[in-house]
Design a binder for this molecule. Structure first.
Ligand code: NOJ
Ligand code: NOJ
Length: 487
């Protein structure tokens, strides 16, 4: 395959290859980071990660004013395990199975935590500095953390203890995401073992029991009904139902299927014909600025790995939502105002984000790249779709902006077909990421919307995961295109 097959020959593919090598090493430093110590001195804590834990960002130095990400989030850890699956399938991580096993044991261990016994043993409030006491969860709250409530905790200390700090809880996307990721692992690896089954069963049962309840969103800001949470829940329940059927657990499969159907109806209610995009949230307090248009919506499609016309990659409404987000960030961020050649956009979360530099974010910019790559792959690898999807919004837009020479004529038979144009558009997002990545290859959480400087947590595992899955989606799209042209 020619190195420049995906776009103008400005060394993008060579950079991506190098970044892929860096990201795969960097993400592994977040898993089982047993050699690190986090002294959360004001809270009287010394945290040493256990094997199998995943820290969202390993280099947190709270004294520097950076956010403290030295926690094992269920969500982030699932996203990291999905990237690990990609590394495993690409032959880039010989240790992946062992790491997965450790993750599964660690995760199962968390489920048995009991806040009441923590309180009984006497949470040592005397070792906590008086000025941070107000951030510590009251005993009454901690006492209720047991059984199902543990799965709504959102995050834990990576040493396997409960987080005693007040936080936005519950969050219910994590167990759904973890079940989905493990079911995906199940398809690519044999003999995963009883631990994986137990964890999937537990997570599915949790989703099936609690999907009706409001919870905080993935950005941990508002309680209500969130598109992201609902979509990963629906997908986990329907993928889970098949898995349960295979295992002969038909009763639970029926329950999961009917919950998935009910969620489907709820998800449809997120579409706003007036505004022309999926509303990210329902039943939340009004915010100013409005967060209804939110990148978490298209991230949900990627994380749920849905490629169809209904709440999937090929859903015209979903594509319209992504397009609206592009419009939003094109006008909102100074770094997007005079794009260099071959660049798409730096993407953030929603309008008027105030968290740290308020965007842009690597995970959303990489997510936009991945969305285009994955859509391209679907278009070429599924013959039946070739014709019908040419007309979808993103494909038409991408074809309009793609120049004839954007793709190697050898691959496209002389013209940049819609799939080729989508890959080229994806590359536009990748170039933006490259522009804001230092020579070291390190990715933080955000890059400043005006200066482009990296901000917020350093070495964010999720940013590396976002790179790894986007890279993989591009490779798969290129391979599919190559094959289609040759046949
Ligand atoms: C931490 C959350 O994780 C982040 O998403 C949010 O924006 C800030 N808290 C502010 O609420
Ligand atoms: C902030 C993000 O909003 C949240 O989704 C994530 O879980 C944490 N950071 C940790 O990465």
């Amino acid at each position: 395959m020619p190195a420049d097959a995906g776009g103008m020959d400005d060394g993008l593919t060579a950079w991506m290859k190098a970044e892929m090598a860096f990201a795969s090493a960097a993400i592994l430093r977040c898993v089982s980071a047993t050699d690190r110590v986090m002294r959360r001195t004001p809270f009287g804590q010394t945290v040493v990660p256990k094997p199998g834990s995943v820290v969202a960002a390993p280099n947190t130095d709270p004294a520097s004013g950076e956010p403290d990400y030295f926690f094992h989030w269920i969500r982030d850890s699932a996203i990291v395990m999905d990237a690990l699956r990609v590394l495993h399938c690409r032959g880039m991580c010989p240790d992946a199975r062992r790491i997965l096993d450790a993750f599964v044991s660690f995760s199962l261990g968390l489920s048995g935590l009991d806040g009441a016994s923590l309180v009984r043993q006497g949470l040592s409030r005397h070792t906590i500095l008086p000025d941070v006491l107000k951030y510590v969860r009251p005993n009454e709250e901690l006492e209720n953390v047991r059984g199902d409530a543990v799965l709504g905790e959102a995050r834990f200390n990576p040493d396997g203890t409960l987080d005693i700090i007040r936080w936005s809880r519950p969050q219910h996307d994590g167990p759904a995401l973890r079940a989905l990721v493990l079911l995906r692992w199940h398809r690519v690896a044999d003999g995963l073992g009883a631990g994986v089954e137990a964890l999937v069963e537990q997570d599915l049962a949790f989703v099936e029991r609690h999907w009706r309840e409001p919870c905080y969103d993935i950005w941990e800001e508002e309680s209500g009904y969130h598109y992201y949470t609902r979509l990963v829940q629906m997908e986990a329940l329907s993928a889970g139902a098949e898995w349960l059927d295979e295992g002969g657990n038909r009763r639970q499969a029926v329950r999961c299927r009917s919950a998935a159907q009910a969620l489907r109806t709820q998800l449809d209610r997120h579409w706003s014909p007036d505004r022309g995009f999926y509303l990210s949230r329902l039943g939340t307090p009004r915010t100013d600025p409005d967060k209804s248009l939110d990148s978490s919506v298209f991230l949900a499609v990627l994380h749920a790995a849905r490629d169809g016309r209904e709440h999937g990659l090929r859903d015209p409404r979903m594509q319209a939502t992504l397009r609206e987000l592009e419009r939003l960030f094109a006008s909102e961020y100074a770094i997007n105002r005079s794009p260099r050649e071959g660049r798409a956009l730096a993407m953030g979360r929603y309008a008027g984000d105030r968290y740290v530099s308020g965007g842009a974010w690597y995970m959303t910019t990489l997510g936009a790249a991945e969305f285009h790559y994955s859509l391209a792959e679907r278009m070429v690898s599924d013959d039946a779709l070739k014709g019908s999807d040419r007309g979808t919004l993103l494909a038409v837009d991408a074809s309009r902006t793609a120049k004839g020479d954007d793709l190697s004529p050898r691959l496209t038979g002389g013209s940049a077909g819609p799939a080729g144009a989508l890959i080229a558009r994806g590359d536009g997002f990748m170039r933006v990421v490259r522009d804001h990545t230092p020579g070291s290859g390190e990715l933080s959480e955000q890059f400043d919307q005006s200066s482009g400087q990296q901000t917020s947590a350093r070495n964010l595992a999720w940013s590396y995961a976002g790179f790894i899955t986007a890279y993989d989606a591009r490779e798969r799209a290129m391979a599919a295109l190559h094959e289609a042209v040759q046949s």
